[in-house]
Design a protein. Structure first.
Length: 364
């Protein structure tokens, strides 16, 4: 707010200087066009002085214009090249700060007794509500990504790098390539892993155990080591590891549960280690989302989901988008104070575990 006040004061002072110079110019000898231009310029400059004097800049919502109306127009653009895509992503990333700034101006205007009449706000509900969506793909801001030209899509294919998360050399090479082609890498999601199969320990081969531990835990460790260390060096970043409710409440998937529990421990340790480097590390612990892991190809028969639904108070299988939205939040600056946290996204599964000895969940 202080910078805004200084800016408009400086603009007003500059306008006064220009007005003084303009008034020293005699209109004699000026053409009709030049006289009109002079008067128009004087009007604009005096308006800038009045804007500062009466603090008109605090009125971000008027009967003629409003900052949130401009937001809707952002989704009407066409993205034709990589630079436009990157610029648009930067613009979207700045939205929370822009909105907070305008809201602070509104609050300041109320303190000054400058609030607009109710009639000005009466029809604005629709324009507010259209930006409140469940998933990012439903947003007006997502529209430009729906019609990217094929040529652009083909050029961006080289931004997808296939890598073995258990190969440290490949991960380092991936970082080198990505660093040259992309903006600074400040986000990492560790979600690679193989589908677990429930087995008794007597029936579990060491190779099966190692395979699950390596894909989930070792892959997360190496990815954090390579990319997290890079973020720590540049002083900015957010890492989201994927754990599971099984990491808290073990089940018959022995290696999987052990790996996911270890990821929780690793996440908390790294969050402290890199806190002073401005790198946040969190984990998401999903329940049973609708993904291929729910029905792995190793299962010959179709899985009966009844036991799962009985363990979930919400009585439903989660949508993968729900987890994606949570991950996106943890990667964004909106979660800048969150680190070392393990956030459950399980429909209440962990919270409801203690209800079974008392007859199950209540039916309200």
């Amino acid at each position: 707010m202080e910078n805004t006040i200084k800016y408009h004061q400086a603009e007003a002072d500059f306008a006064k200087e220009i007005i003084e110079k303009l008034e020293m110019i005699s209109v004699d000898g000026l053409s009709e066009t030049e006289i009109i231009s002079r008067e128009l310029l004087l009007f604009v400059l005096k308006h800038e002085i009045d804007t500062n004097k009466y603090k008109m800049y605090l009125n971000t919502i008027t009967n003629e214009n409003a900052f949130h109306l401009n937001l809707a127009r952002m989704g009407n653009r066409t993205l034709e090249n990589k630079k436009q895509v990157l610029d648009y992503l930067k613009l979207l990333d700045s939205l929370p700060q822009r909105i907070d700034y305008n809201i602070n101006l509104l609050r300041a205007s109320i303190k000054e007794g400058m609030a607009q009449p109710k009639a000005v706000f009466s029809n604005y509900g629709y324009t507010y509500n259209k930006h409140i969506v469940s998933y990012s793909t439903e947003s007006e801001f997502y529209k430009p990504f729906l019609n990217l030209p094929e040529s652009l899509s083909n050029r961006l294919k080289d931004s997808i790098i296939k890598v073995d998360v258990l190969n440290e050399k490949e991960l380092k090479n991936c970082l080198d390539i990505a660093s040259k082609k992309l903006p600074p890498i400040t986000g990492l999601v560790c979600s690679a892993g193989k589908a677990p199969m429930p087995k008794r320990i007597e029936d579990t081969e060491l190779s099966e155990w190692n395979s699950i531990i390596e894909s989930h835990l070792t892959g997360t460790f190496l990815s954090c080591k390579i990319f997290g260390s890079h973020m720590a060096k540049i002083g900015s970043g957010s890492i989201v590891n994927i754990s599971s409710v099984v990491g808290f409440n073990p089940g018959p998937v022995l290696a999987y549960g052990a790996a996911k529990g270890a990821i929780i421990n690793l996440t908390k340790s790294l969050s402290v280690q890199w806190a002073s480097n401005n790198v946040r590390v969190n984990a998401v612990a999903p329940g049973w989302p609708d993904t291929p892991l729910l029905q792995p190809k190793e299962r010959k028969e179709k899985r009966d989901l009844t036991p799962i639904l009985n363990a979930v108070p919400q009585k439903r299988i989660m949508n993968a988008n729900e987890i994606a939205e949570l991950i996106f939040f943890l990667l964004s600056q909106n979660s800048s104070s969150i680190t070392g946290s393990i956030i459950n996204c399980d429909g209440g599964t962990l919270a409801g575990a203690g209800w079974f000895p008392y007859g199950g969940f209540p039916n309200n």
